[in-house]
Design a binder for this molecule. Structure first.
Ligand code: PMV
Length: 329
């Protein structure tokens, strides 16, 4: 019997990942770039032992059959690599709503990669952990690292070069993210996985979306290097709306926006224009709005979002650390 516990932080993509080039290996069709967030965490304990089948609990409750099946298939990758056969007991806890568009699968599979590999007796390099996390969820590859992380699209057919890497940045740059939770953080009806697949198959705007990614990635990297929040924010807003435009144009359309989502976007845009507050929105496969800004402007941005009807909570956060082991009992 061996066990390990790890903690990982969720990340929000500034240049989005939306579409795969290989579903089996979970390889992205393009690169992406994200900010790992201090306030959103998953803590996961993996214990290989004498259980008959893998067991998974999320936030203290047994996970659904489909979630267990998906997780079990992913654990097989760890077992095969470690040459073990034991089933695992896994307990995962989030300090924020699960599967609602707040990147819980990113922190979940990053924490699981660190905990499961250690519990299985493996000692993996960060890039190998990133590849392993990617097999569970594309965005999880980035949560292995703290701060800004860039996911490489990779070219090898086996996906061994499709991993994330940290993007160096000045650690006194006071970058912040303010998150407007819309509608109480209820579970979303369609997973990112299904939605991106549907867009790739049916949206006339999907090719245009893919073509927009390399330029946005390059611009984001330059902006981070120059500590230029305005340039980074413009890319962030552009990437999110281009991704959502491809979703609107799918058949049938995939619409993650709720009225409060749009109201947040408009208010933040007005804040930037009328009060010169550097604030830029991004949204994922859910209704929540995440606003990139600087520390001095957090109170004003929070106030603006909290006043929107339908916003049930506002979370203020800064850059978080990479996934790490917190215990091996
Ligand atoms: O990692 P997945 O399969 O949950 O997909 C994440 C997709 C987005 O959150 C919409 C974008 C991203 O890059 O995180």
């Amino acid at each position: 019997m061996s066990a390990a516990t790890a903690i990982a932080h969720a990340n929000i993509a500034l240049v989005k990942y939306w579409g795969k080039r290989d579903a089996t290996l979970n390889l992205p069709a393009a690169g992406s770039l994200s900010l790992t967030l201090d306030a959103l965490t998953t803590t996961t304990t993996v214990e290989f032992g004498d259980a008959q089948a893998d067991e998974l609990s999320i936030d203290g409750k047994p996970a659904s059959e489909s979630a267990v099946a998906r997780f079990s298939a992913w654990l097989d990758l760890v077992r095969t690599r470690a040459g073990i056969d034991a089933r695992a007991r896994v307990a995962s806890t989030n300090n924020f709503p699960t599967a609602s568009g707040l990147a819980s699968s990113a922190s979940a599979y990053a924490a699981a990669a660190v905990a499961a590999s250690r519990a299985a007796g493996l000692s993996l390099q960060p890039f190998e952990l990133s590849v392993l996390a990617r097999r569970g969820s594309g965005s999880a590859a980035r949560s292995i690292f703290g701060g800004f992380a860039m996911m490489n699209v990779g070219t090898r057919p086996d996906g061994s070069d499709a991993y994330a890497e940290p993007v160096p940045f000045a650690d006194d740059w006071p970058v912040r993210m303010v998150i407007a939770v819309v509608g109480g953080g209820v579970k979303k009806d369609v997973s990112s996985r299904d939605a991106m697949d549907h867009c790739a198959k049916t949206s006339v705007l999907y090719d245009g979306w893919l073509r927009s990614v390399p330029g946005d990635l390059a611009a984001a990297r330059v902006a981070i290097g120059r500590r230029d929040l305005v340039a980074l924010g413009e890319v962030t807003a552009h990437s999110a709306l281009t991704m959502h435009a491809s979703a609107f144009a799918a058949r049938p359309a995939v619409i993650f926006f709720r009225p409060a989502t749009l109201e947040c976007l408009l208010r933040v845009q007005a804040l930037a224009k009328q009060e010169q507050v550097p604030a830029y929105c991004t949204m994922d496969a859910g209704p929540h709005v995440k606003v990139l800004t600087l520390a001095d402007h957090v109170p004003r941005v929070s106030e603006c979002l909290a006043g929107v009807q339908g916003v049930t909570r506002v979370i203020e956060t800064g850059p978080g650390q990479g996934a790490q082991l917190i215990g091996t009992p």
